[in-house]
Design a protein around this ligand. Structure first.
Ligand code: RB5
Length: 148
């Protein structure tokens, strides 16, 4: 069975979301598009929270968010326990976000990267495994309730 991947954006990420959705589908993923569904102005938390809840609860393993800078969506997603949302603007950063930080949400800064870049960043994030080891210890200290 195909892995289900939720995606969501605000208006600033809408066009890139359509490209990312097509790329994920072509790669064989079961894409769950949580909106927004047009370029009309929206509030990014309305779309980021539902996606982050799915990752936080374990309903899905990972998801992809987009907004203009990537920052607002990352703030929203990282409020949720067990979510590690990484803004990535190059494939190398996406790869390091997986290797070192076990990022389970990718956030794309749609207004600052090309669609081609977005797809290259997506592929790097999808394909790179977590390295574990010393990074496992560090990632384990992120959650406040587990570090105390
Ligand atoms: C929308 O104009 C923009 O503020 C939003 O997409 C995002 O960049 C917020 O962090």
């Amino acid at each position: 069975m195909s892995e289900r991947i939720p995606i969501a954006s605000d208006h600033a990420g809408f066009e890139m979301k359509e490209k990312i959705s097509a790329a994920l589908t072509a790669l064989g993923f079961d894409v769950h598009d949580l909106g927004t569904s047009s370029p009309a102005s929206t509030d990014y938390p309305d779309y980021g929270h539902p996606l982050a809840e799915q990752v936080s609860s374990g309903e899905v393993a990972r998801g992809v968010l987009m907004c203009g800078t990537g920052l607002g969506m990352s703030y929203v997603a990282n409020r949720h326990p067990h979510v590690r949302a990484a803004v990535a603007w190059t494939p190398e950063i996406a790869s390091l976000a997986r290797k070192h930080n076990n990022a389970n949400v990718l956030v794309l800064p749609a207004r600052f990267i090309s669609e081609e870049d977005g797809i290259a960043i997506l592929k790097a994030w999808l394909d790179t495994p977590f390295e574990g080891g010393r990074h496992e210890t560090r990632v384990g200290k992120i959650e406040l309730d587990e570090a105390e």
